[in-house]
Design a protein around this ligand. Structure first.
Ligand code: SF4
Length: 366
């Protein structure tokens, strides 16, 4: 698999004095190219800022939280595990642009605390639980320097009842390919049509690079996931997304796909107040958006329903009726109208967990 050269997407590093002696910080600093300046930060120094700066620090709070989801939506039981915060990519629609526009790429060095917290939580969980690291950071974009993937795969391999999802818009799967896949690990990609990626996901891998990485992970024995999120329903969207679905199943066997999520463009009204002037003239962001139950602006119900139906049908036609397709941040009524199924909340978790394990090959042969 060809990958882009390893140019770090950051140009300076600040390390808190109390985090510097921790093993993660030492490993991270040892992997940096000599051209990146590193500064030891004392408690009274100004807070690091900007997405070109890496800040190595301690997480004083919780690493593990339930996915915040949205009021009134069918929750899928996802848990968010956060060894890092902030993303090097500059996607137009990312909620981090609103909530943390100037936060540095933050890496938490006290990973031993994260491990203990996860192990304690896992002891209480019943059934199969999904945990992902891609909500507040990209799971793999910084992996050549953080080594997070290797650490997470080792950690979750010891927790067989817990599904790990590494979600990314990068093609940085080297660490995954370098190791036998644990049966409970899923590598997942957010996808959009190539033109949308070029216009609105700067710095990320192209669709072809993402699918090539997904194919390599699937060949290595991983199950893979895909997230069509946000789906932007501009003129020509049907053909554009059908093209993505066709390319996806050319790259990856349907039997290797653990799940596919669908979510249309949505954002809080404050997003437009903050970013509106910079998005002027972009029809995708100023079309007919209406506030939903949760206050977020979304496409009007009939358009959302049509998007979900068209995409779910195309996915099942290409990927087979067993493909696990779910909606992100949508109401039970929308699930019923678009997918023909109004799940109880606890049903979604079991449905997706079954997708992650169904037909999982024995990776022992690799
Ligand atoms: S549906 Fe989406 S937002 Fe809601 S819990 Fe699941 S992943 Fe989180």
């Amino acid at each position: 698999m060809r990958a882009r050269p390893f140019a770090p997407p950051f140009d300076r590093v600040e390390v808190d004095a109390d985090a510097a002696p921790l093993p993660f910080a030492e490993r991270f600093l040892a992997r940096l190219p000599g051209s990146i300046p590193v500064r030891l930060r004392q408690p009274r120094d100004p807070a690091p800022a900007g997405r070109r700066t890496v800040h190595v620090t301690r997480e004083p709070g919780a690493f593990l939280k339930p996915c915040p989801c949205s009021p009134g939506a069918v929750r899928c039981g996802y848990r968010v595990f956060t060894p890092a915060f902030q993303c090097p990519f500059g996607c137009t629609y990312c909620f981090l642009r609103l909530y943390a526009p100037d936060a540095p790429l933050t890496l938490y060095a006290n990973l031993e605390d994260a491990e203990a917290e996860l192990a304690a939580a896992a002891r209480k969980w019943e059934g199969s639980v999904r945990v992902g690291t891609g909500q507040f950071a990209d799971s793999l974009a910084l992996d050549p320097w953080t080594g997070h993937a290797r650490w997470l795969l080792d950690l979750f391999e010891r927790l067989p009842g817990v599904q790990l999802e590494l979600k990314t818009k990068s093609a940085r799967v080297e660490a995954l390919l370098d190791r036998r896949p644990p049966p409970n690990a899923v590598a997942a990609w957010s996808v959009n049509p190539p033109e949308r990626i070029a216009s609105d996901e700067p710095g990320s891998a192209t669709l072809a690079e993402r699918l090539e990485a997904a194919a390599a992970a699937a060949r290595a024995g991983y199950r893979v996931g895909f997230h069509f999120d946000p789906v932007v329903a501009e003129e020509g969207w049907e053909a554009a997304y059908r093209g993505v679905i066709g390319a996806l199943f050319e790259a990856v066997e349907p039997s290797r796909v653990a799940w596919v999520s669908l979510g249309t463009l949505r954002f809080p009204p404050r997003f437009l107040e903050e970013w509106g002037p910079r998005l002027r003239g972009r029809r995708a962001f100023f079309g007919e958006l209406v506030p939903g139950e949760d206050g977020k602006l979304r496409y009007f119900w009939p358009l959302r329903k049509r998007v979900y139906r068209v995409l779910a049908e195309a996915l099942r036609r290409e990927g087979g009726p067993e493909l696990r397709v779910y909606l992100c941040m949508e109401s039970p009524a929308m699930w019923g109208a678009a997918l023909g199924w109004r799940p109880r909340e606890d049903e979604v978790e079991g449905y997706l967990a079954a997708g992650a394990s169904a037909g999982a090959p024995d990776p022992g042969g690799r």
